[in-house]
Design a protein around this ligand. Sequence first.
Ligand code: FMN
Length: 230
Amino acid sequence: MPLVRAAPVPAGAGGTTLAPRAEPDVPRGAGVGAGHPHGVTVAPDPPPDPLAGQSPSPPPDPPPRPSPSPPAAGPDGARFRQVLGHFATGVTVVTSIDEGGPVGLAVNSFTSVSLDPPLVALCVNKTSTTWPRVRAIGHFTVNILGADQEAVSRTFASTTGDRFHGIGWRPSPSGSPVLDGALAWIDATVEAEHDAGDHVLVIGRVTGLDISREAAPLVFYRGGYGRFEQ
Ligand SMILES: Cc1cc2nc3c(=O)[nH]c(=O)nc-3n(C[C@H](O)[C@H](O)[C@H](O)COP(=O)(O)O)c2cc1C
């Protein structure tokens, strides 16, 4: 079942950019040692100083504090993309619709999460202009693209033009566009949104889904399109 590669797409597709990670904050008073649980020893109060109040001698210098260790250096953005690009994915177009008309963007970070309850997830760049509209609508449809829909993927990743121009679609049960030619569609409501660096991690609760046709999927791999042959 070889993967057939096609022309690479311009750098930047995938919407993933690298931001340096901050060291996780450990809240004061929380975690190991707080409230001396689990065998943590608490030092007794020091004995009273017999010279206290008798001498104006200056207080001793505090012990030297260890300098904080620098945050671990992460990979640069190009390396991150290069390595993570070895993870082959499918390609979807996430759609929704409001009074302004249909909206959609190409997404390859889509994945299933949970069967009970039925949950899916995707990661959306915080720079996305479409996602705030989808969030406001509160539900979306994930269209899984076929191998013959590379042009559709490019259209829905483009920043110019009307993405729905020349694109046939019908409404899903929730009303969002199911694109002609998509292999399958999944309706979901926005269940949760988590901050995730330069992206948001969106959890969707599946409210409907179906397969439209059995055909080879569009594959995204090492920055280019391909297809999965059976
Ligand atoms: C194959 C492919 C996969 C993509 N996957 C994602 C993704 O998972 N998340 C994301 O935010 N952008 C992704 N993008 C980029 C967006 O589709 C692109 O930035 C789009 O212009 C965003 O449009 P918007 O500003 O209208 O939201 C992908 C692009 C391509 C070509």
